[in-house]
Design a protein around this ligand. Sequence first.
Ligand code: FAD
Ligand code: UQ1
Length: 468
Amino acid sequence: MSQDLTAVLPGAAWSNLMMAPVAAVVCSPHARLFASLLRLGLQHPGPLQLHTGASCAAKSHYEVLVLGGGSGGTTMAARMKRKVGAENVAVVEPSERHFYQPIWTLVGAGAKQLSSSGRPTASVIPSGVEWVKARVVELNPDKNCVYTDVGKQISYKYLIIALGIQLDYEKIKGLPEGFAHPKIGSNYSVKTVEKTWKALQDFREGNAIFTFPNTPVKCAGAPQKIMYLAEAYFRKTGKRPGANIIFNTSLGAIFGVKKYADALQEIIRERDLTVNYRRNLVEVRADRQEAVFEDLDKPGETQVFPYEMLHVTPPMSSPDVLKTSPVADAAGWVDVDKETLQHKKYPNVFGIGDCTNLPTSKTAAAVAAQSGILDRTISLIMKNQTPVRKYDGYTSCPLVTSYNRVILAEFDYTAQPLETFPFDQSKERLTMYLMKADMMPFLYWNFMLRGYWGGPAFLRKLFHLGMS
Ligand code: FAD
Ligand code: UQ1
């Protein structure tokens, strides 16, 4: 039985969704019996060749070990608790607080408080699930164990890797120390997001510069969302005539999906924003309010931009602990099957979210959709069956274009729109802003993290009944 809202609330209207009681989902007797057999150590080697015989001399062992207690890790812990019982699941996560990062776009623009974005990690780890408050420093998938920074060795039968993406501010000369100066902020870190709002408020006149790095990023729309919000804020406060708003992006296009790119280009034209493509931030001279960009088409050639405000989207990469681990592909990302999320080499290892090499845009919306697929994949692997449900790459980016408008981009692996609602989502809408600002956080904390939200596919089918 799938454990999404899809199954819990079949055919429920969207308006009823928020009120619907969450049904308790029970594992099948077959799955329970199988799990008990595993706990007794009576493993049946199946066609998938789980090599779970080897293990380190472990101080602790869990049937399901989750690395990372962010969006993907917490969601999967909740789902795995229902599958194998809370006492058989552990989450390794060093942070005391769990953040709903998507709201930082609005925090940076002064539309939400930072305090609204975080909750104690202890309050989101599912009850009864072990929270190992530590950092993973090594993975040994050949021995089915990991090591933590407090010298602990933990072994597992199944491993779910959800370590997110690493922010590499230090790869830009002058950062992160440059954040000690005013006029510079970054919505990507809890430490710097409020500095964006301060820089917006302190803006007088001159260049307001927004950057996009030359690496994969999470929420690829966020670097430009804050530009649209800044423009709206300057307009509202009478500062717009003196503002020269510039988006310096390493990319060669404004967005990867044509339908939304066309809509954004129109906004850029109407609002008189400047976009410079193939420009990569390499240095910040924060004491002089100067940003240095490399022209990616003329390597080594740089251009200095004075700024009155700078929003930095940092370079990002796979977490260091993964880069050198056996579970990584050549680029450092967890090497998973793009349809099942099972590791390509280690069948008892799975990946979800930003740390994987799934060829889709890295978002919490994608994580939600992946969680439903991965739940099903693991269920079948636990029963020695072959995974069947296939992830289509669903991802979503609510492109905030002002303080009350959003273009809701939704698309799949083929970069084709995969829209939930029965209207043109490339139009700026107040309803979509309200969904982004108020409904999504509610859905995240109350349904997704509790393992009851596997993405909007069921709503899409409902809304498009008879339309295709
Ligand atoms: P995370 O949620 O980042 O979790 C990773 C976890 O791993 C963290 O808790 C971290 O502490 C932990 N960890 C790291 N290293 C270790 C280690 N060595 N050992 C143990 N634990 C470790 N998504 C959307 O869907 N819509 C949006 O509008 C949107 N906007 C965004 C705006 C901004 C400014 C940002 C920053 C993100 C936005 N996102 C958005 C992206 C979304 O937040 C991420 O894609 C999502 O959180 C990814 O989930 P994850 O589990 O892969 O990683
Ligand atoms: C979504 O599922 C999700 O995960 C909780 C988000 O992350 C914050 C989103 O931003 C969006 C847009 C979705 C998709 C949901 C709907 C109802 C279209």
